[in-house]
Design a protein around this ligand. Structure first.
Ligand SMILES: [Mg+2]
Length: 287
């Protein structure tokens, strides 16, 4: 069975909230004009890597706009068709399925005005896709921008750590960062199953505030990846969590200490030049 990434559509794959408001009864945030379909930053690149990693890509989208009378099924299908085209052109991938729910309990079109098991936070679309496409929910992920996306994933039996909320205040900033997390876990499993070693290491900043600086974070993460490439240690994942750099490596602890020592040497010198102080305290293996 195939693992999947279930993807919310609006404000996860394509921009909606930032667009000029459509005509009522469509709500701000509804998109019924295929000419306005634009992928959000990181989406094309993220989808391309997820497909290459063997994940079926399945869109699950509430389109209550149809029940509210702000658009027709044909409008929703035209936007979905345009989304397929743009993703094919920019990411070189195909969706395994696009599921949408046109029902809404407070609609204006009587035949679609009711609650429906497909409407997120209910898991209907995910469960239907899994049955239709032979997907393995236990190894699948969900990516969406709204709490109800995560709730739908949980209701379908996907573990919380596999339901990633994108956007400000979410688990990850965008679909590209979601792909980083998904593929890192994927790689870790493959390495461990092949009998290889995986280590997660932490290195704490001397000043907790220093890593909140965007440029410092970017420099530290880019340095970790570059050092990994140079010394032949596979960096499966690198991120800043609170006051620490956290790296997961396809290697043992000794290689990890070596990598962090080199990251520390380079970024301490860089930071000292900018701010007059070193950046890091010590390095530890994570629990
Ligand atoms: Mg959304």
């Amino acid at each position: 069975m195939t693992p999947a990434v279930f993807l919310d559509r609006d404000d996860t794959l394509i921009e909606c909230t930032g667009l000029p408001a459509p005509k009522p009864p469509a709500n701000p945030g509804d998109l019924v004009d295929p000419r306005l379909v634009r992928l959000l930053p990181g989406v094309a690149e993220g989808l391309s890597r997820l497909a290459a990693g063997g994940y079926a890509l399945v869109v699950v989208s509430n389109q209550g706009v149809v029940a509210r009378g702000g658009g027709t099924i044909a409008d929703v299908e035209a936007v979905n068709a345009r989304l397929r085209e743009v993703v094919r052109a920019e990411a070189g991938v195909e969706f395994a399925g696009i599921y949408f729910c046109l029902y809404h309990p407070k609609g204006a079109v009587p035949e679609f005005t009711r609650e429906h098991p497909w409407r997120k936070p209910a898991p209907g679309m995910i469960l239907a896709a899994a049955a239709d496409l032979g997907l393995d929910l236990a190894s699948s992920w969900l990516v969406g921008d709204a709490p109800r996306d995560v709730e739908a994933g949980l209701a379908a039996g996907i573990a919380r750590e596999r339901c990633l909320r994108v956007g400000a205040g979410g688990d990850v900033p965008d679909v590209s960062a979601a792909a980083d997390v998904i593929l890192a876990v994927h790689d870790v499993r493959a390495i461990v199953e092949a009998g290889g070693e995986v280590t997660t290491m932490l290195m704490h900043a001397r000043d907790a505030g220093a890593l909140r600086d965007e440029r410092t974070r970017g420099t530290v993460l880019a340095t970790a990846r570059a050092v990994g490439e140079r010394v032949g240690v596979r960096v499966l994942h690198a991120d800043i969590e609170g006051d620490a750099l956290v790296v997961t490596l396809g290697a043992g602890k000794l290689a990890g200490l070596g990598l962090l020592a080199e990251v520390r040497r380079i970024t301490d010198a860089w930071h000292a030049k900018r701010r007059g102080v070193a950046l890091w305290r010590g390095a530890d293996a994570a629990e």
